[in-house]
Design a protein around this ligand. Sequence first.
Ligand code: UD1
Length: 420
Amino acid sequence: MSDRFLVTGGGRLVGGVVVSGAKNSVLKLMAAALLAEGTTTISNCPDILDVPLMAAVLEGLGCVVRLDGDIVEITTPETPRYRADFEAVEKFRASVCVLGPLLARCKRAIVALPGGDAIGSRPLDMHQQGLRQLGATSKIEHGCVVAEAEALHGAEVSLEFPSVGATENILMAAVLATGETTIINAAREPDIVDLCDMLVQMGARIEGAGTSVLSVVGVEKLHPTSHRVIGDRIVAATWGIAAAITQGDVEVSGIDPAHLSLVLDKLRAVGAEVTTRENSFRVVQRNRPVAVNFATLPYPGFPTDLQPMAIVLAAVADGTSVITENIFEARFRFVEEMMRLGAQTRIDGHHVAIRGIPQLSSAHVWSSDIRAGAGLVLAALVADGVTIVDDVFHIDRGYPSFVEDLKSLGVEIVRVPASD
Ligand code: UD1
Protein backbone atom coordinates (compact mmCIF):
# COMPACT_ATOMS: atom_id res chain seq x y z
CA MET A 1 0.00 0.00 0.00
CA SER A 2 1.32 3.43 -0.94
CA ASP A 3 1.89 6.33 1.43
CA ARG A 4 -0.14 9.51 1.44
CA PHE A 5 0.61 13.10 2.41
CA LEU A 6 -1.53 15.18 4.75
CA VAL A 7 -0.89 18.80 3.79
CA THR A 8 -2.15 21.78 5.77
CA GLY A 9 -2.79 24.75 3.50
CA GLY A 10 -2.75 28.45 4.13
CA GLY A 11 0.88 29.36 4.82
CA ARG A 12 3.43 31.32 2.80
CA LEU A 13 6.53 29.45 1.64
CA VAL A 14 9.61 31.23 2.95
CA GLY A 15 13.25 30.13 2.89
CA GLY A 16 15.78 28.40 0.66
CA VAL A 17 16.03 25.01 -1.07
CA VAL A 18 18.90 23.33 -2.87
CA VAL A 19 17.99 21.12 -5.83
CA SER A 20 20.03 18.08 -6.81
CA GLY A 21 20.77 16.55 -10.20
CA ALA A 22 18.14 16.33 -12.92
CA LYS A 23 16.16 13.09 -13.11
CA ASN A 24 15.79 13.31 -16.86
CA SER A 25 19.54 13.75 -17.23
CA VAL A 26 20.99 11.26 -14.78
CA LEU A 27 19.07 8.27 -16.17
CA LYS A 28 20.41 8.89 -19.70
CA LEU A 29 23.94 9.48 -18.40
CA MET A 30 23.76 6.13 -16.61
CA ALA A 31 22.69 4.49 -19.87
CA ALA A 32 25.57 6.23 -21.68
CA ALA A 33 27.98 4.41 -19.35
CA LEU A 34 27.15 1.28 -21.38
CA LEU A 35 29.05 2.82 -24.29
CA ALA A 36 32.50 2.39 -22.72
CA GLU A 37 34.16 -0.55 -21.03
CA GLY A 38 35.37 0.36 -17.52
CA THR A 39 34.18 2.50 -14.64
CA THR A 40 32.16 5.68 -15.21
CA THR A 41 31.41 7.91 -12.22
CA ILE A 42 28.40 10.21 -12.10
CA SER A 43 27.99 12.74 -9.28
CA ASN A 44 25.15 15.01 -8.05
CA CYS A 45 22.69 12.14 -8.55
CA PRO A 46 19.25 12.79 -7.05
CA ASP A 47 17.97 10.49 -4.30
CA ILE A 48 14.91 9.28 -6.26
CA LEU A 49 13.54 5.82 -6.96
CA ASP A 50 14.36 5.86 -10.67
CA VAL A 51 18.13 5.93 -10.00
CA PRO A 52 18.26 2.51 -8.23
CA LEU A 53 15.79 1.27 -10.85
CA MET A 54 18.16 2.29 -13.64
CA ALA A 55 21.01 0.69 -11.62
CA ALA A 56 19.00 -2.56 -11.62
CA VAL A 57 18.58 -2.31 -15.40
CA LEU A 58 22.33 -1.84 -15.88
CA GLU A 59 23.09 -4.74 -13.50
CA GLY A 60 20.76 -6.92 -15.55
CA LEU A 61 22.91 -6.02 -18.55
CA GLY A 62 26.09 -7.19 -16.82
CA CYS A 63 27.34 -3.91 -15.29
CA VAL A 64 28.43 -3.60 -11.67
CA VAL A 65 26.78 -0.54 -10.11
CA ARG A 66 27.68 1.09 -6.80
CA LEU A 67 25.43 3.79 -5.36
CA ASP A 68 27.01 5.85 -2.62
CA GLY A 69 25.19 9.02 -1.55
CA ASP A 70 24.95 11.26 -4.60
CA ILE A 71 27.58 9.27 -6.54
CA VAL A 72 26.92 6.34 -8.83
CA GLU A 73 29.78 4.24 -10.17
CA ILE A 74 29.05 2.00 -13.14
CA THR A 75 31.53 -0.62 -14.29
CA THR A 76 30.65 -1.83 -17.77
CA PRO A 77 32.03 -5.14 -19.05
CA GLU A 78 33.77 -5.56 -22.40
CA THR A 79 30.53 -6.91 -23.87
CA PRO A 80 27.28 -6.06 -22.07
CA ARG A 81 24.28 -8.40 -22.37
CA TYR A 82 21.91 -7.28 -25.09
CA ARG A 83 18.61 -8.43 -23.53
CA ALA A 84 16.85 -5.77 -21.49
CA ASP A 85 13.55 -7.61 -21.25
CA PHE A 86 13.35 -8.14 -17.49
CA GLU A 87 11.02 -6.58 -14.91
CA ALA A 88 13.08 -3.53 -13.89
CA VAL A 89 13.05 -2.29 -17.50
CA GLU A 90 9.26 -2.21 -17.68
CA LYS A 91 8.92 -0.10 -14.56
CA PHE A 92 9.88 3.28 -16.00
CA ARG A 93 10.05 5.10 -19.29
CA ALA A 94 13.70 6.17 -19.27
CA SER A 95 14.86 2.53 -19.46
CA VAL A 96 14.27 2.72 -23.22
CA CYS A 97 17.41 4.83 -23.56
CA VAL A 98 19.55 1.66 -23.24
CA LEU A 99 18.39 0.79 -26.77
CA GLY A 100 20.86 3.02 -28.66
CA PRO A 101 23.91 2.13 -26.51
CA LEU A 102 23.17 -1.63 -26.62
CA LEU A 103 22.76 -1.58 -30.38
CA ALA A 104 26.07 0.29 -30.71
CA ARG A 105 27.98 -2.02 -28.34
CA CYS A 106 26.33 -5.45 -28.92
CA LYS A 107 25.02 -5.15 -32.51
CA ARG A 108 21.61 -6.11 -31.23
CA ALA A 109 19.20 -5.14 -28.48
CA ILE A 110 15.98 -6.48 -27.03
CA VAL A 111 14.35 -3.87 -24.82
CA ALA A 112 10.98 -4.34 -23.10
CA LEU A 113 8.50 -1.58 -23.89
CA PRO A 114 8.59 0.72 -20.92
CA GLY A 115 5.87 1.65 -18.49
CA GLY A 116 6.10 5.03 -16.76
CA ASP A 117 3.66 7.84 -16.24
CA ALA A 118 0.04 7.79 -17.37
CA ILE A 119 0.28 10.93 -19.47
CA GLY A 120 -0.74 9.60 -22.86
CA SER A 121 0.46 7.14 -25.49
CA ARG A 122 4.20 7.34 -25.92
CA PRO A 123 5.17 5.59 -29.16
CA LEU A 124 8.76 4.77 -30.16
CA ASP A 125 8.35 5.19 -33.91
CA MET A 126 10.87 8.02 -34.16
CA HIS A 127 13.44 6.06 -32.12
CA GLN A 128 13.00 3.07 -34.42
CA GLN A 129 12.97 5.08 -37.64
CA GLY A 130 16.19 6.89 -36.69
CA LEU A 131 17.98 3.64 -35.83
CA ARG A 132 16.81 2.11 -39.11
CA GLN A 133 18.38 5.03 -40.96
CA LEU A 134 21.66 4.18 -39.22
CA GLY A 135 21.41 0.69 -40.72
CA ALA A 136 19.54 -1.27 -38.05
CA THR A 137 16.44 -3.40 -38.35
CA SER A 138 13.87 -2.68 -35.67
CA LYS A 139 10.51 -4.23 -34.88
CA ILE A 140 8.18 -4.71 -31.93
CA GLU A 141 7.94 -8.38 -30.92
CA HIS A 142 6.30 -9.90 -27.82
CA GLY A 143 6.21 -6.53 -26.02
CA CYS A 144 9.84 -5.69 -26.79
CA VAL A 145 11.73 -3.51 -29.27
CA VAL A 146 14.02 -5.89 -31.14
CA ALA A 147 16.81 -4.15 -33.05
CA GLU A 148 19.82 -5.51 -34.92
CA ALA A 149 22.66 -4.00 -36.91
CA GLU A 150 25.74 -5.85 -38.14
CA ALA A 151 27.32 -2.40 -38.58
CA LEU A 152 25.86 1.04 -37.87
CA HIS A 153 26.66 3.77 -40.38
CA GLY A 154 26.15 7.53 -40.30
CA ALA A 155 23.06 9.03 -41.92
CA GLU A 156 20.96 12.18 -42.10
CA VAL A 157 18.04 11.70 -39.71
CA SER A 158 15.19 14.22 -39.75
CA LEU A 159 12.89 13.97 -36.76
CA GLU A 160 9.28 14.97 -37.39
CA PHE A 161 9.13 16.26 -33.79
CA PRO A 162 12.08 17.15 -31.51
CA SER A 163 11.60 14.10 -29.29
CA VAL A 164 13.94 14.03 -26.30
CA GLY A 165 14.10 10.23 -26.09
CA ALA A 166 14.51 9.67 -29.84
CA THR A 167 17.30 12.27 -30.02
CA GLU A 168 19.10 10.52 -27.15
CA ASN A 169 18.81 7.00 -28.57
CA ILE A 170 19.90 8.02 -32.07
CA LEU A 171 22.76 10.09 -30.65
CA MET A 172 24.02 7.22 -28.47
CA ALA A 173 23.96 4.85 -31.44
CA ALA A 174 25.60 7.40 -33.78
CA VAL A 175 28.63 8.08 -31.56
CA LEU A 176 29.97 4.57 -32.34
CA ALA A 177 28.70 4.34 -35.96
CA THR A 178 30.96 4.60 -38.98
CA GLY A 179 30.93 8.04 -40.59
CA GLU A 180 28.88 11.17 -39.99
CA THR A 181 25.33 11.43 -38.64
CA THR A 182 23.25 14.59 -38.70
CA ILE A 183 20.14 14.75 -36.54
CA ILE A 184 17.85 17.47 -37.88
CA ASN A 185 15.11 18.89 -35.63
CA ALA A 186 16.93 17.42 -32.62
CA ALA A 187 15.65 18.15 -29.11
CA ARG A 188 17.45 21.09 -27.45
CA GLU A 189 16.68 20.34 -23.79
CA PRO A 190 19.48 21.02 -21.26
CA ASP A 191 19.41 17.24 -20.59
CA ILE A 192 20.55 16.65 -24.19
CA VAL A 193 23.37 19.16 -23.75
CA ASP A 194 24.39 17.39 -20.52
CA LEU A 195 24.43 14.03 -22.33
CA CYS A 196 26.48 15.50 -25.21
CA ASP A 197 28.96 16.99 -22.72
CA MET A 198 29.47 13.59 -21.09
CA LEU A 199 29.75 11.78 -24.44
CA VAL A 200 32.36 14.30 -25.62
CA GLN A 201 34.35 13.71 -22.41
CA MET A 202 34.18 10.00 -23.27
CA GLY A 203 35.78 10.73 -26.65
CA ALA A 204 32.70 11.23 -28.85
CA ARG A 205 32.78 13.83 -31.63
CA ILE A 206 29.58 15.88 -31.45
CA GLU A 207 28.79 19.40 -32.57
CA GLY A 208 25.66 21.49 -32.23
CA ALA A 209 24.56 20.45 -28.72
CA GLY A 210 21.71 22.71 -27.64
CA THR A 211 20.77 23.55 -31.25
CA SER A 212 18.30 21.74 -33.48
CA VAL A 213 21.05 20.21 -35.65
CA LEU A 214 23.39 17.71 -34.03
CA SER A 215 26.41 16.54 -36.03
CA VAL A 216 28.15 13.39 -34.91
CA VAL A 217 31.28 11.82 -36.35
CA GLY A 218 31.43 8.22 -35.18
CA VAL A 219 34.52 6.95 -33.36
CA GLU A 220 35.70 3.37 -32.86
CA LYS A 221 35.74 3.37 -29.08
CA LEU A 222 34.75 5.53 -26.12
CA HIS A 223 36.41 5.59 -22.70
CA PRO A 224 34.82 5.98 -19.24
CA THR A 225 34.70 9.37 -17.55
CA SER A 226 33.52 11.27 -14.47
CA HIS A 227 30.63 13.65 -14.87
CA ARG A 228 28.44 15.88 -12.66
CA VAL A 229 24.72 15.94 -13.48
CA ILE A 230 23.14 19.37 -14.13
CA GLY A 231 20.60 20.66 -11.58
CA ASP A 232 16.95 19.68 -12.02
CA ARG A 233 15.18 22.61 -13.67
CA ILE A 234 11.73 21.03 -13.22
CA VAL A 235 12.17 20.56 -9.46
CA ALA A 236 13.65 24.07 -9.21
CA ALA A 237 10.74 25.62 -11.10
CA THR A 238 8.26 23.69 -8.94
CA TRP A 239 9.62 25.58 -5.91
CA GLY A 240 9.56 28.89 -7.81
CA ILE A 241 5.91 28.40 -8.74
CA ALA A 242 5.11 27.28 -5.18
CA ALA A 243 6.53 30.61 -3.97
CA ALA A 244 4.31 32.53 -6.41
CA ILE A 245 1.08 30.73 -5.52
CA THR A 246 1.59 31.06 -1.76
CA GLN A 247 2.72 34.71 -2.03
CA GLY A 248 6.00 33.58 -0.52
CA ASP A 249 9.73 34.25 -0.80
CA VAL A 250 11.91 31.31 -1.89
CA GLU A 251 15.54 31.11 -3.02
CA VAL A 252 16.33 28.05 -5.14
CA SER A 253 19.96 27.05 -5.69
CA GLY A 254 21.84 24.25 -7.47
CA ILE A 255 20.40 25.19 -10.86
CA ASP A 256 21.44 27.23 -13.88
CA PRO A 257 18.63 29.85 -14.16
CA ALA A 258 19.33 30.10 -17.91
CA HIS A 259 17.59 26.70 -18.19
CA LEU A 260 14.41 28.35 -16.92
CA SER A 261 14.38 31.67 -18.79
CA LEU A 262 10.84 31.36 -20.07
CA VAL A 263 9.45 29.97 -16.81
CA LEU A 264 11.01 32.81 -14.81
CA ASP A 265 9.60 35.33 -17.31
CA LYS A 266 6.15 33.81 -16.76
CA LEU A 267 6.60 34.24 -13.01
CA ARG A 268 7.48 37.90 -13.59
CA ALA A 269 4.32 38.20 -15.70
CA VAL A 270 2.15 36.93 -12.82
CA GLY A 271 3.66 39.67 -10.65
CA ALA A 272 6.62 37.99 -8.93
CA GLU A 273 9.95 39.70 -8.36
CA VAL A 274 12.50 37.27 -9.77
CA THR A 275 16.23 37.73 -9.36
CA THR A 276 18.88 35.38 -10.69
CA ARG A 277 22.50 34.59 -9.88
CA GLU A 278 24.91 32.17 -11.50
CA ASN A 279 23.54 29.07 -9.77
CA SER A 280 20.33 30.24 -8.12
CA PHE A 281 17.21 32.34 -8.40
CA ARG A 282 14.79 33.94 -5.94
CA VAL A 283 11.05 34.40 -6.33
CA VAL A 284 9.22 36.94 -4.15
CA GLN A 285 5.46 37.30 -4.65
CA ARG A 286 3.84 40.13 -2.69
CA ASN A 287 0.26 40.03 -4.01
CA ARG A 288 -2.19 37.55 -5.47
CA PRO A 289 -0.75 36.35 -8.83
CA VAL A 290 -2.44 37.70 -11.96
CA ALA A 291 -3.70 35.32 -14.65
CA VAL A 292 -1.44 34.56 -17.64
CA ASN A 293 -1.71 31.98 -20.42
CA PHE A 294 0.66 29.03 -20.79
CA ALA A 295 1.33 26.75 -23.78
CA THR A 296 3.67 23.77 -23.42
CA LEU A 297 6.30 23.33 -26.14
CA PRO A 298 9.66 21.60 -26.57
CA TYR A 299 12.61 23.45 -24.99
CA PRO A 300 13.12 26.41 -24.87
CA GLY A 301 9.30 26.55 -24.63
CA PHE A 302 7.31 26.08 -21.43
CA PRO A 303 7.96 22.48 -20.21
CA THR A 304 5.07 20.02 -20.27
CA ASP A 305 6.41 18.68 -16.97
CA LEU A 306 5.43 22.01 -15.37
CA GLN A 307 1.95 22.10 -16.86
CA PRO A 308 0.26 20.86 -13.64
CA MET A 309 2.04 23.60 -11.67
CA ALA A 310 0.87 26.20 -14.22
CA ILE A 311 -2.69 24.95 -13.72
CA VAL A 312 -2.39 25.40 -9.96
CA LEU A 313 -1.06 28.92 -10.48
CA ALA A 314 -3.98 29.71 -12.80
CA ALA A 315 -6.45 28.20 -10.32
CA VAL A 316 -5.64 30.85 -7.71
CA ALA A 317 -4.69 33.75 -10.01
CA ASP A 318 -6.72 36.91 -10.40
CA GLY A 319 -8.49 36.50 -13.76
CA THR A 320 -8.90 33.77 -16.37
CA SER A 321 -6.04 31.81 -17.95
CA VAL A 322 -5.87 29.37 -20.83
CA ILE A 323 -3.39 26.49 -20.55
CA THR A 324 -2.58 24.62 -23.77
CA GLU A 325 -0.93 21.17 -23.73
CA ASN A 326 0.95 20.45 -26.94
CA ILE A 327 3.12 17.46 -25.96
CA PHE A 328 1.18 14.74 -24.07
CA GLU A 329 -2.53 14.24 -24.76
CA ALA A 330 -3.59 12.70 -21.45
CA ARG A 331 -2.00 15.22 -19.13
CA PHE A 332 -5.32 16.92 -18.37
CA ARG A 333 -6.34 13.98 -16.13
CA PHE A 334 -4.82 16.17 -13.47
CA VAL A 335 -7.59 18.74 -14.00
CA GLU A 336 -10.18 16.31 -12.60
CA GLU A 337 -8.27 16.18 -9.33
CA MET A 338 -8.02 19.98 -9.33
CA MET A 339 -11.81 20.14 -9.66
CA ARG A 340 -12.12 18.17 -6.41
CA LEU A 341 -10.16 21.02 -4.82
CA GLY A 342 -12.66 23.54 -6.17
CA ALA A 343 -10.72 24.81 -9.21
CA GLN A 344 -12.98 26.46 -11.81
CA THR A 345 -11.94 24.74 -15.01
CA ARG A 346 -13.30 23.96 -18.44
CA ILE A 347 -11.48 21.60 -20.82
CA ASP A 348 -11.77 22.01 -24.58
CA GLY A 349 -9.54 19.58 -26.51
CA HIS A 350 -5.97 20.30 -25.53
CA HIS A 351 -6.86 23.64 -23.91
CA VAL A 352 -8.14 24.24 -20.42
CA ALA A 353 -9.64 27.57 -19.37
CA ILE A 354 -9.34 28.36 -15.67
CA ARG A 355 -11.00 31.15 -13.73
CA GLY A 356 -8.91 31.81 -10.67
CA ILE A 357 -10.38 31.91 -7.17
CA PRO A 358 -8.54 33.24 -4.09
CA GLN A 359 -8.42 29.91 -2.24
CA LEU A 360 -8.98 26.23 -3.06
CA SER A 361 -10.92 23.85 -0.85
CA SER A 362 -9.18 20.88 0.80
CA ALA A 363 -10.18 17.39 -0.39
CA HIS A 364 -8.92 13.84 -0.90
CA VAL A 365 -6.99 13.62 -4.20
CA TRP A 366 -4.88 11.05 -6.07
CA SER A 367 -1.54 11.46 -7.86
CA SER A 368 -1.44 9.93 -11.33
CA ASP A 369 2.17 10.74 -12.26
CA ILE A 370 5.23 12.46 -10.83
CA ARG A 371 4.36 15.99 -11.89
CA ALA A 372 0.63 15.73 -11.24
CA GLY A 373 1.47 14.50 -7.72
CA ALA A 374 3.74 17.48 -7.06
CA GLY A 375 1.09 19.78 -8.57
CA LEU A 376 -1.53 18.44 -6.15
CA VAL A 377 0.72 19.14 -3.18
CA LEU A 378 1.18 22.70 -4.47
CA ALA A 379 -2.60 23.02 -4.78
CA ALA A 380 -2.95 21.77 -1.20
CA LEU A 381 -0.76 24.66 -0.05
CA VAL A 382 -3.44 27.12 -1.19
CA ALA A 383 -6.46 25.13 0.01
CA ASP A 384 -8.20 25.72 3.33
CA GLY A 385 -7.71 22.90 5.86
CA VAL A 386 -5.95 19.56 5.35
CA THR A 387 -5.72 17.94 1.91
CA ILE A 388 -4.99 14.22 1.57
CA VAL A 389 -2.74 13.45 -1.41
CA ASP A 390 -2.69 9.72 -2.18
CA ASP A 391 -0.31 7.54 -4.23
CA VAL A 392 2.71 9.68 -3.43
CA PHE A 393 5.08 6.97 -4.67
CA HIS A 394 4.80 8.85 -7.96
CA ILE A 395 6.26 11.97 -6.36
CA ASP A 396 9.14 9.90 -4.91
CA ARG A 397 10.18 9.07 -8.48
CA GLY A 398 11.04 12.68 -9.24
CA TYR A 399 11.37 14.81 -6.11
CA PRO A 400 14.16 13.97 -3.64
CA SER A 401 13.64 15.25 -0.07
CA PHE A 402 10.22 16.64 -1.02
CA VAL A 403 8.71 16.54 2.48
CA GLU A 404 11.89 17.82 4.16
CA ASP A 405 12.13 20.72 1.69
CA LEU A 406 8.48 21.67 2.21
CA LYS A 407 8.91 21.53 5.99
CA SER A 408 12.00 23.73 5.78
CA LEU A 409 9.91 26.28 3.85
CA GLY A 410 7.34 26.34 6.67
CA VAL A 411 4.74 23.85 5.43
CA GLU A 412 2.89 21.48 7.74
CA ILE A 413 3.05 18.13 5.92
CA VAL A 414 3.15 14.55 7.17
CA ARG A 415 3.64 11.27 5.39
CA VAL A 416 1.50 8.36 6.59
CA PRO A 417 0.66 4.90 5.24
CA ALA A 418 -2.57 5.03 3.21
CA SER A 419 -4.28 2.73 5.70
CA ASP A 420 -4.17 5.35 8.51
C1 UD1 B 1 11.05 13.20 -21.87
C2 UD1 B 1 10.98 13.34 -20.37
C3 UD1 B 1 9.60 13.80 -19.91
C4 UD1 B 1 9.23 15.07 -20.66
C5 UD1 B 1 9.36 14.89 -22.16
C6 UD1 B 1 9.10 16.15 -22.96
C7 UD1 B 1 12.48 11.61 -19.62
C8 UD1 B 1 12.64 10.32 -18.92
N1 UD1 B 1 11.25 12.05 -19.76
O1 UD1 B 1 10.14 12.17 -22.24
O2 UD1 B 1 9.65 14.05 -18.51
O3 UD1 B 1 7.88 15.38 -20.33
O4 UD1 B 1 10.70 14.44 -22.48
O5 UD1 B 1 9.92 17.16 -22.52
O6 UD1 B 1 13.44 12.26 -20.01
N2 UD1 B 1 6.78 10.73 -29.65
C9 UD1 B 1 6.35 10.01 -30.73
N3 UD1 B 1 7.18 9.03 -31.23
C10 UD1 B 1 8.41 8.77 -30.70
C11 UD1 B 1 8.84 9.52 -29.58
C12 UD1 B 1 8.00 10.51 -29.08
O7 UD1 B 1 5.26 10.21 -31.25
O8 UD1 B 1 9.12 7.88 -31.21
C13 UD1 B 1 5.90 11.80 -29.11
C14 UD1 B 1 5.43 11.54 -27.67
O9 UD1 B 1 4.31 10.70 -27.65
C15 UD1 B 1 5.14 12.93 -27.19
C16 UD1 B 1 6.22 13.78 -27.88
O10 UD1 B 1 6.66 13.00 -29.00
O11 UD1 B 1 3.89 13.34 -27.64
C17 UD1 B 1 7.38 14.15 -27.03
O12 UD1 B 1 7.96 13.01 -26.46
P1 UD1 B 1 9.51 12.92 -26.08
O13 UD1 B 1 10.15 14.27 -26.26
O14 UD1 B 1 10.09 11.76 -26.78
O15 UD1 B 1 9.42 12.63 -24.53
P2 UD1 B 1 10.20 11.53 -23.70
O16 UD1 B 1 11.61 11.45 -24.15
O17 UD1 B 1 9.37 10.30 -23.65
